[in-house]
Design a protein around this ligand. Sequence first.
Ligand SMILES: Nc1nc2c(ncn2[C@@H]2O[C@H](COP(=O)(O)OP(=O)(O)OP(=O)(O)O)[C@@H](O)[C@H]2O)c(=O)[nH]1
Ligand SMILES: [Mg+2]
Length: 192
Amino acid sequence: MALRTLVLGIGDAGLQALYQLEAFNLKNLKLVAINTAHPLKIPEKSVVESLTISGGAFGSGGNPELAAKIARESQSDIEALLYPEPARVYLLAGFGGGTGTGMVPVIASMLHEIGIAVYAIVSMPYIFEGPMRMQIAERGLSELTNGNINDAIVVRANTVATRMLSNYPDIRDAMTLLSQSLVWHLLAHLTG
Ligand SMILES: Nc1nc2c(ncn2[C@@H]2O[C@H](COP(=O)(O)OP(=O)(O)OP(=O)(O)O)[C@@H](O)[C@H]2O)c(=O)[nH]1
Ligand SMILES: [Mg+2]
């Protein structure tokens, strides 16, 4: 059986990263988006699968604690994604919101405890997104790095990178740069 790798894109930023990753057409790679709000509308031609785990229509409402609770309660749904058993799992997310920040540390520990090699690749928010998002992201990061994981790669769009975008960054370009950084770090890890 070929070595299988499962890539979970968690939250909206994670989904965007999966869309970019699928353009590489890699084999033996399963791509699954996990979100908490409404079922995702994945375009028909996409190979990205999706799992919506939600306590209700509001998703995590930007609340990482709630997202973490939903992830813990959905352990069997998450573990079901492992079939047929993958050799390793990558978790991709943008930290700073509810879903990705809350779920990544929980899912990482959950999978690590059952003996799966787990790697998280997460981005920290831009300064211009404000201090609230940065605080949420920093808390998520310490949970992730204090927990059980094989490796955590953190993408920080620092001031230098932000200035490269322009003096007044277009938010879409800024977010695309983040998703692409997640994908390139993943590819570098796979090939390195
Ligand atoms: N790569 C990428 N990053 C994004 C995008 N949108 C937002 N981000 C970054 O990711 C962080 C988290 O945002 P989301 O991914 O929208 O949040 P979420 O995990 O879906 O969480 P909630 O929607 O709050 O439950 C933001 O603070 C941004 O730094 C995107 O389209 N692509
Ligand atoms: Mg979201």
